[in-house]
Design a binder for this molecule. Structure first.
Ligand code: ACO
Length: 311
């Protein structure tokens, strides 16, 4: 019987069909998806903080309205992703506990500070750009609820990337101080955004199995290289310099050489030793505790609605 179920699963994967929540699936496939989808959801939720930092100080009413909408989109992405993970049998409470106890991973990128307004531009352009590059192939991931969540998320991320590019463009067309500020933000975010794609292929323990299951469609290094190839012409249009003297690019072959990422820094951030790890988790924990009354009120209201009417 198990062999039949395994064969049915293998056939669905081989034929590019989707695995749905009620289908039989190997336990390791379920575990991998819970790992990746919950990490992804946590990233969206923690990712609200670096940009939330600038909502009260955005340089105009228009910029403030756009930034609020963007941060709100990230909350939405987190919620679709938590829902997708829940279809695999983990509860929202378990995932939240893992995050606020510091047991869960979330993207390394959100552990860096945002000291200037130009960081809003660099995050949109580089961080959301990297996210799109990584996530468009996930729209074809073999697990249905994850793949479908990715479609809408990618559409919204494309808009986020454009707004980041436009912030940097406005700064690059501004005063000399504004141009320096834009370049400084690009210098600080460039390498961490490349590290978002994960460790090099020969140090990526999960890749081979995830690719066999058609969760991942391309390797970490492949997507990273493709991303840099997208950035080069955009950097030229902006008038910013990508801070990699070893980068070689040509229009036909794309990126043919690039410098080495500081993997010690990346692994330090993964261990919890990045510049903002502790602050990010503390903030999330406080928000959760302060929101307890909302959850209690919502549960009390739901119970009241469910109770038989007495009159
Ligand atoms: N930040 C934090 N942890 C990372 C990162 C990163 N940038 N890259 C890899 N890791 C972790 C992996 O989660 C894994 O840890 P685990 O085994 O304890 O779970 C370990 O490093 C080894 O990496 P891989 O074997 O390459 O792991 P995986 O196959 O899961 O690939 C990747 C990592 C590419 C990030 C994949 O999980 C993925 O595509 N996730 C979905 C996208 C996503 O989460 N994006 C979040 C940022 S984008 C945004 O929110 C705007």
């Amino acid at each position: 019987h198990d062999a039949d179920a395994q064969r049915a699963f293998d056939d669905l994967i081989a034929n590019e069909r989707r695995i749905e929540p009620r289908d039989w699936m190997p336990e390791a496939y379920r575990k991998t998806l819970i790992r990746q989808i919950s990490q992804h959801a946590h990233s969206e939720i923690i990712g609200m903080q670096p940009e939330g930092n600038w909502i009260t100080r955005a340089p105009s009413l228009k910029r403030k309205a756009i930034l609020i909408a963007k941060v709100q989109d990230e909350a939405g992405h987190g919620l679709y992703l938590y829902s997708a993970a829940q279809t695999l049998g983990i509860t929202r409470d378990e995932m939240t506990d893992q995050l606020i106890d510091g047991r869960a991973r979330y993207s390394s990128i959100f552990n860096y500070p945002t000291p200037t307004w130009a960081d809003m531009g660099a995050i949109g352009w580089l961080v959301d750009g990297a996210a799109i590059c990584n996530q468009v192939p996930l729209c074809r991931a073999s697990y249905g609820p994850y793949a479908r969540a990715m479609v809408r998320i990618c559409k919204e991320e494309s808009f986020h990337q454009r707004q980041g590019f436009e912030i940097l463009l406005a700064l690059m067309q501004g005063s000399p101080e504004q141009r320096v500020m834009a370049q400084d933000a690009v210098d600080r975010w460039y390498w961490p955004s490349l590290a978002m794609f994960g460790p090099p292929d020969d140090q990526s323990p999960n890749s081979a199995q995830s690719m066999a299951w058609k969760i991942k469609r391309f390797s970490n290094d492949e997507l990273r290289r493709r991303f840099v190839g997208m950035l080069v012409p955009q950097a030229e249009a902006l008038g910013v310099t990508l801070p990699d003297p070893d980068l070689r690019y040509d229009a036909d072959q794309g990126v043919t050489a690039m410098g080495e990422i500081d993997w010690d820094d990346f692994f330090a951030v993964l261990r919890g030793d990045g510049p903002c790890n502790a602050e990010r988790i503390q903030r999330r924990r406080t928000a959760h505790e302060e929101g307890a009354w909302v959850r209690e009120a919502a549960a009390a209201y739901a119970a009241k609605q469910a109770a038989p009417r007495t009159e």
